[in-house]
Design a protein. Structure first.
Length: 425
């Protein structure tokens, strides 16, 4: 498990190391213009949308570890090629390879966390993963920002080369990792029945479908707005400077890092559906604060502090969700199909991250009032969807802490029975 968590941190470090500087690199350093730079960012999302439907099937049939190693090799090649590319065609192809590799890493790593954890330890394992990923993103962005110099193309070549070396190092680390026998927590010799990744079976799992709809709303109203609609709103409506935007993002990361393990015990002892609903209400309040910072007649200092607090409130919500959503996806998956379910949820996230900026960017820049109201509606809808999801979850899926406590008190083993393939949860 320690190697997998280190892998999560290193993969996030690589993402934060280069992605914030892609636009400057393509548009200015390579002189390919803003249109090509925009296409490169779009290629990242498109590549993820293309490969993720196949990633789940590959993880189920081949195993999460081989798929992760393959994605690391692809990402390393794409990163190195991107640093050496000078033409639009090679830049786009390199970005597609890097984007596809990074997209597949996430469900593969999540499935490895599931394989190496029990139901009892899974919440803490995913909380640790999210903590390390955010730490890696923050440190990667900080170091990358001090290495690059737009007047020296060689500094960007060095940046992408270091990222490629990081992925190669991670490949070696994962290739020497020994995994426990998946699905056999008691060490019994029986084999797990063979399963087949089938999207029709997943669609028959009503709880998972409902969670995917909820996930789209959640990612659209939060992650899909961070670097597009919300930042545009801050600059245009609240008069926020670009340096303040950086401070707001730093506040978001700081709250996640500081609060992650402080809220863990609270989350473990609550129903997962209620935690998600509470985050929806918290984020509704955050968007109300955003409206205050940009629409109310207040001083610039008050607007600035209010806007930074919005990102901090989002960070608190993320800290509450990280030990909630990923373990819930894992618990909804039938035995052997965690890889497909993780990939499906990652695909939903990518869809939200692709559509969110397209909708939120223009609205945040020009339609300030309607933009804030729309996001508040989405967050209230998120809370309502979470409450309705509760009716589709079993006690073991929605409140595993209480379920285990009750089972242990009765003297039975504290691990839920495996869900049948394709069953409604």
């Amino acid at each position: 498990m320690r190697r997998i968590q280190v892998g999560s941190a290193l993969s996030a470090f690589g993402l934060g190391f280069t992605v914030p500087y892609l636009y400057v690199y393509v548009a200015q350093v390579r002189g390919l213009g803003s249109v090509t730079a925009g296409l490169v960012l779009a290629v990242f999302a498109v590549a993820a949308l293309i490969v993720l439907p196949f990633a789940g099937r590959a993880i189920v049939s081949r195993g999460a570890l081989p798929v992760l190693i393959g994605s690391l090799v692809a990402a390393a090649g794409g990163s190195l090629a991107l640093g050496l590319s000078a033409g639009a065609g090679t830049v786009l192809l390199s970005a597609a390879l890097l984007g596809a590799g990074q997209a597949v890493m996430q469900p593969a790593l999540a499935t490895l966390v599931v394989d190496c954890s029990s139901t009892a330890s899974r919440t803490r394992a995913f909380a640790t993963q999210f903590f390390l990923q955010n730490l890696g993103l923050g440190v990667g962005g900080l170091i990358g920002g001090h290495l690059v110099d737009p007047t020296r193309p060689s500094s960007f070549t060095l940046l992408f080369s270091i990222q490629a070396a990081m992925f190669v190092l991670l490949t070696g680390l994962m290739a020497t990792t020994r995994l426990p026998r998946a699905g056999l927590p008691d060490g019994s010799p029986e084999e797990v029945p063979a399963v087949k990744a089938d999207w029709r079976s997943l669609m028959r799992n009503r709880a998972m479908v409902w969670l995917c709809v909820l996930g789209f709303v959640l990612f659209f109203a939060c992650y899909g707005q961070f670097e597009s609609g919300l930042s545009a709103y801050g600059v245009e409506a609240a008069g926020i400077s670009t340096s303040t935007l950086g401070t707001a993002l730093a506040a978001n990361t700081a709250v996640i890092v500081l609060a992650q393990f402080l809220v863990l015990r609270f989350v473990e002892r609550r129903r997962r559906s209620r935690v998600i609903a509470a985050v929806g209400l918290l984020w509704t309040f955050a968007w109300a604060v955003a409206g205050f910072s940009g629409l109310a007649d207040v001083s610039q200092a008050v607007a600035t502090v209010s806007f930074i607090s919005v990102y901090a409130l989002f960070g608190l919500g993320e800290a509450l969700l990280s030990p909630t959503l990923a373990p819930l996806v894992a618990d909804l998956a039938p035995t052997g199909l965690a890889g497909q379910y993780n990939s499906a949820f990652a695909l939903v996230k990518q869809l939200a991250l692709a559509i969110g900026p397209a909708v939120g960017g223009p609205m945040g820049a020009s339609l300030h009032g309607p933009y804030v109201v729309l996001m508040m509606v989405f967050c209230v809808g998120m809370a309502g969807l979470a409450i309705m999801l509760e009716r589709r979850l079993t006690p073991a899926q929605n409140h595993p802490y209480a379920w285990r406590s009750r089972i242990v008190a009765q003297g039975a083993p504290a691990s839920p029975p495996a869900a049948p393939v394709g069953a409604d949860a």
